[in-house]
Write a protein that binds this ligand. Structure first.
Ligand code: AMP
Ligand code: ZN
Length: 112
């Protein structure tokens, strides 16, 4: 499968890792939108929120259990935002489920 995030998981494309365990990888976004910008992904390919099912959703819960630890380790002590883009109207560019953790400065109230 021609998926850039699966290639990062396989080690075929380098990444600046922020966290890793058996099910999850977190790495710094190559084009950061904020002073801290980390992507959190499941190691098993899921295309987007639209592809989350009862069979694969456990990793999504684990991602959200882990995000506070990743954020704290990255120094986000005063809050942060978690975003996932799903589909064309949301401008999802990589079709592998990922959660953006952004922060490190005051973020705008407007989200779209
Ligand atoms: P989205 O637009 O929500 O699909 O977000 C995809 C994100 O992946 C963007 O913020 C890109 O900057 C980021 N990205 C793409 N390729 C890489 C890469 N090789 N390493 C790190 N981040 C990447
Ligand atoms: Zn993938």
């Amino acid at each position: 499968m021609d998926c850039i995030f699966c290639k990062i998981i396989a080690g075929e494309i380098p990444s600046n890792k922020a966290y890793e365990d058996d099910d999850i990888l977190a790495f710094y976004d190559i084009n950061p939108q904020t002073p801290v910008h980390i992507l959190v992904i499941p190691k098993k390919h899921i295309a987007s929120v639209d592809a989350v099912t009862p069979e694969n959703s456990a990793v999504v819960a684990k991602i959200f259990e882990t995000i506070p630890k990743i954020a704290a380790a990255a120094g986000l002590t005063n809050g942060y935002r978690v975003i996932t883009n799903c589909g064309d109207d949301a401008c999802q560019t990589v079709k592998h489920l990922h959660f953006h953790i952004i922060g490190g400065r005051k973020l705008p109230e407007n989200m779209g």
